[in-house]
Design a protein around this ligand. Structure first.
Ligand SMILES: [Zn+2]
Length: 98
């Protein structure tokens, strides 16, 4: 799996968990979370570093829009520690990145 695909999967899991627990959805994301996921995917797809992508936290570009950045951080803070139980590797990578 490419690095970008791998990251997509990780971020998607986190958003799904966050939405399920905070917005009482099951299966499908609510409108806001769906938009956040699409936004995150788009940023990844357009990441100019592609396969050499550094940790987002250390990236010089900071490509997230300010409001989206705040949202994704909220998701990471909520889902990160919880997902560690289920998907240790994916999450550890993400906790380091965001
Ligand atoms: Zn939601």
């Amino acid at each position: 799996m490419s690095k970008i695909e791998y990251e997509k999967q990780g971020v998607s899991r986190m958003i799904h968990l966050y939405c399920r627990k905070n917005h009482n959805t099951s299966g499908n994301l609510c409108k806001d979370c769906e938009a956040l996921k699409l936004y995150a995917f788009e940023r990844l797809v357009h990441c100019p570093f592609k396969e050499n992508k550094p940790a987002c936290k250390e990236c010089t570009i900071h490509c997230y829009r300010k409001d989206m950045r705040a949202e994704i951080r909220k998701v990471m803070r909520f889902s990160g520690p919880r997902l560690i139980l289920y998907h240790p590797m994916v999450v550890l990578k993400h906790l380091i990145k965001y």
